[in-house]
Ligand binder design. Structure first.
Ligand code: C5P
Length: 312
C-alpha cells in the first residue's frame, strides 16, 4: 500500500484587521522608523488568502477592495512569500497567491500586513515546513512592523517599531464601528506629517498608559472608550481634514470613544453592545458624512488555517 501523502494543492488562511486602541509615537530613529508603544486589538474583519503551488509567484485579488491592492513587487504578501522561500529549502519555492480582500487598503487597519502574515502561515503549511511560532514571528517582523501582530491576534502591546509583542491582561469583547474612506492614506506620509508637526519638540520615549491598562483589565467599554489615544491623529487629520467631521458625528451619535485607526483614514468608534454598534452604523450612514461603515468585534484570533491543505 502506498501511504505517501500527496502535497497539498492549496491552503487558505483567514486573517483579521487590527485597530490600535493606543498609539504612542516616539522620535524618528536612525533606521527611518519611529519608536512606538501601541496596544493592538485584532477585530473581526477578515481577508482570506489562498496559496497554491505554482512555477512562479503571482498575486490575484478579489473582493470589494481588490482593485486597490498594489500589484508586483510592492505587494507585501508577495514579499512575505519570497522571504519565506529564501529562508527554507523547498523544491518549488513559488506560489500563486489569491487574496479575497475585505480589509480596507491603506486604511490604517493593517490590511497589507494581514495578507503578508497569512502568506507566511499558508506557505508554511503548503510546503510542510512546520516552523515554530517564534520563527514565523521573526520572519513577519522582517516584512513589516504590523505583520507579527497579524499572526498573533488577540490584544497585545507592540514596542520597537511595533513588531515586538508583549501580552496584556485584558477582558471582555468590544463592539466597534468603522467609518471607511474611499481613498487610503499612505503610512509614511502620515509619519512624515507627524515629524513636521513635532519638529523642534522634545518627544519622550513612548510608554503604555496606566489608564489604557486599567481599562483593558476591567473589560469596561466605557473606560476603554475614554482611554483611546492616537499620537498620529493630528497628522492624519491635517492630511485629511474631513475626518474631523466623521469623528465628531460618531461621538454626537453616542459612541463611547472615537479614534483614527493607526495612520488612518479609517475612523474607529467603540460602542457598548452589538445593538449600539448597529444603531451607530445606521446613524452614520444616514448622516451622509461617511463613504461606508462596517461593524466588527474584537479581540479575535490572529491568522489561522481556514481550509486545507486540500489534496489531489
Ligand atoms: O513597517 P511598515 O512597512 O509597516 O512601515 C511603513 C512605513 O511607516 C515605514 O517605512 C515608515 O515610514 C513608517 N513607520 C515609522 N515608524 C514605525 C512604523 C512605520 O515611521 N514604527
Amino acid at each position: 500500500m502506498n501511504t505517501a501523502v500527496a502535497p497539498p494543492r492549496s491552503v487558505t488562511v483567514r486573517v483579521p484587521a487590527k485597530v490600535n486602541c493606543e498609539l504612542r509615537v516616539g522620535p524618528l530613529g536612525a533606521d527611518g522608523f519611529h519608536e512606538l508603544s501601541t496596544v493592538f486589538m485584532a477585530v473581526g474583519l477578515y481577508d482570506e488568502v489562498t496559496v497554491s503551488p505554482a512555477e512562479r509567484w503571482s498575486v490575484t485579488t478579489t473582493g470589494p477592495y481588490a482593485a486597490l491592492v498594489p500589484q508586483g513587487e510592492d505587494n507585501l504578501a508577495l514579499r512575505a512569500g519570497r522571504l519565506l522561500a529564501r529562508q527554507v529549502r523547498v523544491s518549488r519555492p513559488a506560489a500563486a497567491i489569491r487574496i479575497d480582500k475585505s480589509i480596507p487598503v491603506a486604511g490604517g487597519m493593517a490590511g497589507g500586513s494581514a495578507d503578508a502574515a497569512a502568506v507566511l502561515l499558508a506557505c508554511d503549511h503548503l510546503w510542510g515546513l512546520r516552523l515554530d511560532r517564534e520563527e514565523l514571528l521573526q520572519l513577519a517582523a522582517e516584512v513589516g512592523s504590523d505583520v507579527p501582530f497579524c499572526l498573533a491576534g488577540g490584544i497585545a502591546i507592540g514596542s520597537g517599531r511595533g513588531e515586538r509583542l508583549a501580552p496584556v491582561l485584558a477582558r471582555g469583547t468590544y463592539h466597534w464601528v468603522f467609518a471607511l474612506s474611499a481613498q487610503g492614506l499612505s503610512t509614511p506620509s502620515v509619519f512624515a506629517e507627524f515629524d513636521r508637526q513635532t519638529a523642534g519638540m522634545r518627544i519622550s520615549p513612548p510608554q503604555p498608559s496606566p489608564s489604557m491598562m486599567t481599562a483593558l483589565r476591567s473589560g469596561d467599554p466605557e473606560a476603554l472608550g475614554e482611554a483611546l489615544v492616537n499620537d498620529l491623529e493630528e497628522a492624519a487629520l491635517s492630511l485629511r481634514p474631513g475626518l474631523r467631521t466623521i469623528l465628531d458625528a460618531g461621538m454626537e451619535f453616542g459612541a463611547l470613544g472615537g479614534i483614527i485607526s493607526g495612520s488612518g483614514p479609517t475612523v474607529a468608534f467603540l460602542t457598548g453592545s452589538p445593538e449600539h454598534a448597529l444603531d451607530l452604523c445606521v446613524a452614520l450612514t444616514a448622516s451622509g458624512v461617511v463613504d461606508q461603515v462596517t461593524r466588527a468585534k474584537g479581540p479575535v484570533h490572529g491568522a489561522h488555517l481556514l481550509a486545507g491543505p486540500t489534496r489531489d
